[in-house]
Design a protein around this ligand. Sequence first.
Ligand code: UGA
Length: 443
Amino acid sequence: MKITIFGTGYVGLVTGTCLADVGHDVLCMDVDADKIARLRDGEIPIYEPGIESMVKSNVANGRLQFTTDPAEAVAFGTLQFIAVGTPPDEDGSADLQYVLAVADTIGRHMNEYKVVVDKSTVPVGTADRVHAAVANALEARGETIDFDVCSNPEFLKEGAAIEDFTYGARIVVGTDSERVKELMRECYSPYNRLHEKLMYMDVRSAELTKYAANAMLATKISFMNEIANLAERLGADVEQVRHGIGSDPRIGYQFIYPGCGYGGSCFPKDVQALARSAADVDYQAELLNAVESVNRRQKKNLFTKLSQVFDGDLTGKTIALWGLSFKPNTDDMRDAPSRTLMEAVWNAGGRVQAFDPQAMKECRRIYGERDDLTLVADRIQAVKGADALVICTEWKDFRTVDFEWLKSNLATPVIVDGRNLYDPQTVKRAGLLYYAMGRGDSL
Ligand code: UGA
């Protein structure tokens, strides 16, 4: 099957590469000529385990191609996936200019039936706007060519995107057209062998499903962070509570890890966008607003603890930081808790000495060279001469530590752990002060 993907960002590149890998002919289009040139050479603009070799092998066998030519892109696939960004507008709503620009491009160039597939995360009602944009562009040409628009949201986690694409629990397709259903079934048939994964629903329900899934997961996390904060104040251990409630299958163990707040390009943006959509239809989404504000507060929690350790004065202190990315296995620092922490430390007159297995280049890109930020080659160097250690990301490299060694290298024997990586008793036995999230030791 011939498939065009607009946008070679995270979602577009993973979708295009995976579809080529199962035998489809895929053409990825991007307006960024430099990015396309680098992709043709096998240079990958994102960090995602497994993607590089997959891109290279599918480029080599000719099934995955890249272009900057819109006419070529539109002519290529019967399915035209829109996978461009939807960054938040100033008021938190999703900015649809890139999505609508692609719709316009499709309308300008199409000469036969196409299915426009909304893959980007877009507010409910966007498919109608995409439909109108394509129709307007066709009308401007004086053409009447048949086309359909469907919604096909993605449920990929960064760091596990290929696995999620291949083995995901469901493939949601929002359409009321039998022709579209058939084409989408053909597209996804390689992933639909073990059991029926395709779920057809109306377009608006599909659009809302994407936001509802992310908002539900974000709600679980904020709920757990609230319980962690309570546990701290009530002298309980949230990790024991987590086991206690997760064992109930109605609750489940997944996405109830307390921590220093959720980050990334999805949860913060999508929860806000959904709350914004609610406000637009005169509904106050009280729960969504609370999920967001609990998260904002949680991201400040590490600094609050740190500041209490030093009686509110971080002037001249050096803070060792392990983990910059918003979660392991990615170099993505969008809305990462590490950023809230670093910025607060800098504002308080402290310095940061940081290590991350993947995100240091990204950190340098965001913050540039500055006197109060040193990026070091490994976790050991981050700790040397530091006044305290803060952990923001649960990279597996951080899971085991020689606590005796740590104590002898830190100027103040303090760990503030935003991910609850260690057994508090073991850390304390080594003579370190250990402040985790919701583990009994309130400062
Ligand atoms: C999320 C969803 O999990 C995907 O299903 C969805 O497709 C994607 O957004 C998207 O909309 O594109 P992602 O943002 O890559 O994926 O990362 P997650 O693994 O979901 O983690 C998000 C944040 O929640 C991280 O900061 C993580 O540390 C935090 N988290 C996660 C917790 O604090 N506790 C948990 O128990 C789980």
